[in-house]
Design a protein around this ligand. Structure first.
Ligand SMILES: O=C(O)CCC(=O)N[C@@H](CCC(=O)O)C(=O)O
Ligand code: ZN
Length: 328
């Protein structure tokens, strides 16, 4: 049964409310929400939230989760940690689109007052995360929110580290991410109200947005480069110590500036298919906006991440970042 959870969530077909699996049980908590409860947790197990499909057309992470659940269903893995598995936006996935009305991944805040499909879904997901971490309050909290990027990237596998005033990243996280073949880290510089930011900001979780390659339709993904990431997820599920590597294997960047689309008449001054982490020299024209005028690189080079001129007015059209040293 467990092996059909993902497809049934997308189809909105019936799925049992609970059942047995190797090492524990599963419970369906709602649409696209599955809790895995071990009979007994391994000593170092985390309370893990693993989400995918917050953007409906980012399919590789959903295939990765599907494989993980299939291995569990087949008895090839034994559950040793509590897991909340989330399929973020089944409607958008069915429509093969990033979102239906608005970008779900900017709505994860408790004072949200917007109404509509994505705001309602954000409220459901926040409540599910709150209840899960409360049920497993004896465990360290972790949230990996899995995505893929619209464009190619100088570093195809990278993480966004949400900004926090209070929660430091545990050194083991950098070691696990390097061990999972993550190539780059982007430190956020302010609140972003993304799903991973939610778990870090409100629950002090070790939380990241993981960009795992390029957004492609189902069946077109090559999961081979994600094999080390699959092993990290398996280790978390079994409550085992994941493989580790030196953090210096990754490159580190810090966001200096967010480029916002302020008006309808907005354009990025570089090619649409410019890969993430492309560096622009001082003085280069980056964008033109009818209300804000030109944005140019200042005195130090800037690298561009997530460039997207087609975002809603008022939304982030790119992040501009500079390299920073690895953590000590
Ligand atoms: O490739 C792109 O332009 C977007 C890929 C994506 O969905 N990225 C996330 C990053 C979230 C974060 O900043 O932590 C997003 O834009 O929501
Ligand atoms: Zn995404």
């Amino acid at each position: 049964m467990l092996e059909t959870w993902l497809t049934r969530s997308i189809d909105e077909a019936d799925f049992p409310t609970h059942g047995e699996l190797c090492g524990g049980q599963f419970r369906r908590l709602g649409h696209g929400l599955l809790e895995l409860l071990p009979d007994s947790s391994a000593p170092s197990a985390h309370a893990c939230v693993i989400s995918a499909g917050i953007h409906g057309n980012e399919t590789a992470p959903m295939e990765l989760l599907d494989d993980l659940l299939k291995h569990l269903a087949a008895g090839k893995l034994r559950l040793g940690a509590p897991l909340l598995v989330i399929l973020g936006s089944p409607e958008a996935t069915r429509e093969q689109t990033r979102y239906i009305n608005t970008n779900l991944n900017r709505l994860f805040r408790r004072d949200l007052d917007e109404q509509g499909m994505e705001p309602e879904r954000a409220r459901e997901l926040m409540a599910a995360v709150d209840a899960f971490y409360t049920r497993h309050a004896d465990r360290p909290r972790l949230h990996y929110d899995l995505h893929t990027a619209i464009r190619g990237s100088r570093y195809p596998r990278f993480v966004v580290n949400p900004w926090s005033e209070t929660t430091a990243v545990a050194l083991e996280q950098w070691r696990w991410l390097a061990g999972a073949d993550i190539q780059a880290v982007l430190h956020q510089h302010c609140h972003s109200w993304t799903f991973s930011h939610y778990s870090k900001h409100y629950h002090d979780a070790q939380a990241f947005t993981l960009e795992l390659g390029h957004a492609l339709p189902f069946g077109h993904n090559d999961l081979t480069p994600l094999a080390p990431m699959a092993r990290l997820l398996q280790a978390l599920l079994e409550g085992h110590e994941p493989s580790a590597a030196p953090p210096e294997r990754m490159v580190f960047y810090r966001v200096e500036q967010e480029l916002i689309r302020h008006s309808e008449a907005f354009r990025l001054a570089f090619a649409d298919d410019t890969p993430n982490f492309t560096e622009f020299a001082p003085g280069t024209l980056l964008a033109e906006d009818a209300s804000q005028g030109e944005t140019r690189v200042g005195t130090s080079p800037l690298s561009v991440i997530f460039p997207n001129a087609a975002v809603e007015v008022g939304a982030r059209a790119a992040l501009l970042a500079t390299p920073t040293p690895p953590p000590e």
